[in-house]
Design a protein around this ligand. Sequence first.
Ligand SMILES: *Cc1c(COP(=O)(O)O)cnc(C)c1O
Length: 438
Amino acid sequence: MENELKHELFKLHPMLKKITNKDTIFWENTKWMKKAKTDLFSMEEVDDAEETLKRFSSYLKVAFPELEESDGFIESSIQAIPNMKVALEKEFGTSIAGQFILKCDYALPISGSIKARGGIYEVLKHAERLAIANSLLKKEDDYAVLATEKLRAFFQQYTIAVGSTGNLGLSIGIMGKKLGFNVVVHMSSDAKEWKKALLREKGATVIEYEADYSVAVENGRKEAEQDPMCHFIDDENSKDLFSGYAVAAKRLKVQFEKANILVDEAHPLFVYLPCGVGGGPGGVAYGLREIFGEHVHIFFAEPVASPCMTIGLMTDLHDEISVEDIGLDNKTEADGLAVGRASKFVGKVMETYISGCYTVKDEELFTSLGLAMESEGLFLEPSAHAGMFGPIQLMKNGQSYLEKHNLADKMEHATHLIWATGGSMVPQEMREEYLKKA
Ligand SMILES: *Cc1c(COP(=O)(O)O)cnc(C)c1O
């Protein structure tokens, strides 16, 4: 980035100075609209994704016996975490009105993170497309047929490739190998050893990079382009991934109804989503705003070293600005969020949808990791703890947001939904290592 442009940006957006210094920030999105809108995506695509996942449920039950209980649906529960609320209030010396609910994506079946939504969906959709095009499947069929040797042998002709900081690779690898595909995962330097080892054990090819996520994705994309039998799952641009994530919102609506959690004028919903390149939180945010409208207030959470979505939205430059451009190193223990350049597609869609972004320090993630274990017996990976700071940030730095939207007097009846994005697959020795740092 040219110095002159940089100078201009820092003048226009004084908050960039704090971001550069790795101070935590709370940024309010002034483009937020009551009725959010975009030309780039539609709810129809989400409905399609939901239908596709339904068709696959009979296959998924056969392929993953753990899904028997949920009738072939990959979904997570919601859970109240009142003790964590008290622990956070005490630790950070602030009182928070409203109830704390955890969205337990850390416990999603198959791959233990939010990537079990978008990632698995795109693999399934691709498999369906190929099988139908080759007259091996019809939409009316029982999809359990996909678990037969005949279909596995068919998919073995094809390759799926992906670039990842870890969890997306894990989801694509586990699902792709189960169907019979060759899978190539381009892993950034942040990716944890155990994730690579697990993928190799499943039969995926893991290519390691010394560089960060953007380089892993770029190389993966280039390599895949040269092979007509290869499908590249493009975390920076894929609408299929986005659709798969967005299905979560339709299902959450039903879960809230069952649990008697109201979302309306008098009962605002605040949602805190850890953000990397943007697809996961973006898809969920899109769906929630389409369903709950102006009564849901969504904040993205990023590490102080990797606030790519924050700076992309703030400056309107989206993928034309990276955290390195403003002197940050993109090095964080929150490996799932170690992304230096945000998705342009997601950033553009989100313009009128999200309320804002905030950042957290790695030390705070570990503080939260310890508190969650002590107060709720809950283990989440560091990335997933970024969401825990949302209510604190809102109370400490979001008062003007609450007043502007007439929310200040409604907080007693508010719900704070913390999207816990990953952790159930972290091996025991890693957990202990993390807890030692807490
Ligand atoms: C990938 C990931 C995220 C963020 O999703 P993006 O699509 O990269 O924004 C958050 N938490 C965890 C644990 C993840 O693996």
